[in-house]
Design a protein around this ligand. Structure first.
Ligand SMILES: *Cc1c(COP(=O)(O)O)cnc(C)c1O
Ligand code: SF4
Length: 338
């Protein structure tokens, strides 16, 4: 998929990235056909997906190895029968976020920072996602809910950083983001704008020159936190998107989730870190899995996670070692492990 050419032609018109998103793979049969996989996997996927259906952009699917049912990118998106078995300790809202809503669409849980949930949508459905059952519509994570979130931010001078989250906040179009950033710029106590997004990785054509320009025009310092779990996710189109983002300028970080069968080896995590650094991205967090219902088969127990992290610390420069963290409901910050 020629993402690199699509992303250059666009100036706002319904274009490149929006067409690519509309054209994303939603049918397990099609994904299995494209990858030359056993159609039985597609039938199992359809039976296991529940309300969280398959969604994967073609540019991301193109980075999977044809014919490999254990491909680490495929495992992140293909529904598995294991999702339908209940596991003790796994729930619909593992972080208790629905109770941390300070206003519709606003999560105020970390000191000085507020999360604004812009949309429930994503360009990819990651099977391990801790918000796979988050009640976005009821939580006010809509464009209308944003108005109330902004009012709550304006009324609370302890908030210095706004984190745009979702779903994926960069699914909002440039005109909407332009208006939003202008309103954030106008709140005097804000100093930083952070964006949590997987789009530069899964739909790199989203990083349009308009987007880079609107970020660059803000008076706020910009931090963009990507989400990639495996070095095979980071191809040349992603490298290009990261370069454009960084030119805003913005500090670019990555968070990964430690996932059984995907990246639970020192070799894979080490090459993920090295590839990120090559792209100019700082490996920021390595999350232990949040215990969301349907994701138990991705869990890597602490007894394996801690030695893995130790191996990274022993073999990589310090700046390339992500912090191993766990989110604990009710804690004011992530818990650093190891
Ligand atoms: C941890 C976390 C934050 C806050 O991140 P820090 O980098 O620790 O400030 C915001 N949003 C989500 C979803 C998080 O998991
Ligand atoms: S991109 Fe992020 S929010 Fe969206 S499904 Fe994947 S992990 Fe969840």
């Amino acid at each position: 998929m020629p993402t690199a050419t699509l992303q250059r032609d666009t100036v706002g018109v319904a274009s490149g990235w929006q067409r690519e998103l509309a054209d994303a793979i939603r049918d397990p049969d099609e994904l299995c056909r494209v990858l030359g996989l056993d159609p039985g996997l597609a039938a199992a996927a359809r039976a296991s997906a529940g309300n969280f259906s398959l969604l994967v952009p073609r540019a991301f699917a193109a980075r999977m190895r044809p014919g490999d049912a254990r491909d680490p990118l495929l495992l992140q998106v293909l529904p598995q029968p294991a999702e339908t078995t209940d596991a003790a300790g796994y729930s619909a809202d593992p972080l208790g976020e629905t109770t941390a809503l300070a206003a519709p669409g606003l999560v105020k849980k970390y000191a000085g920072r507020a999360l604004l949930l812009l949309t429930g949508g994503c360009a990819i459905n990651c099977r391990y996602c801790f918000r796979r059952e988050f009640p976005y519509a009821a939580s006010g994570a809509t464009r209308r809910g944003v108005d109330e979130g902004l009012a709550a931010i304006a009324a609370d001078a302890s908030i210095t950083e706004v984190i745009l989250s979702g779903g994926d906040p960069l699914l909002a179009d440039d005109a909407f983001l332009h208006g939003l950033v202008a309103r954030l710029d106008g709140i005097p106590h804000l100093r930083r704008l952070r964006i949590h997004t997987r789009l530069p990785v899964v739909l790199p054509s989203r990083i349009t020159s308009d987007l880079v320009a609107l970020l660059g025009a803000s008076r706020l310092a910009r931090v963009v936190v990507l989400h990639a779990n495996h070095p095979a996710e980071l191809d040349a189109a992603v490298a290009d998107a990261v370069r454009r983002l960084a030119s805003a300028p913005a500090v670019v970080l990555n968070q990964a989730v430690l996932l059984a069968g995907v990246n639970d080896s020192a070799a894979v995590l080490g090459s993920l870190s090295e590839r990120l650094v090559e792209l100019g991205v700082v490996p920021y967090y390595l999350h232990l899995l949040d215990r969301v219902r349907g994701a138990a088969h991705f869990d890597v127990p602490d007894s394996r996670a801690l030695p893995l992290h130790r191996q990274l610390r022993d073999s990589l420069p310090g700046y390339a070692v992500p912090r191993l963290v766990r989110e604990v409901p009710g804690e004011p910050a992530k818990v650093w492990m190891g």
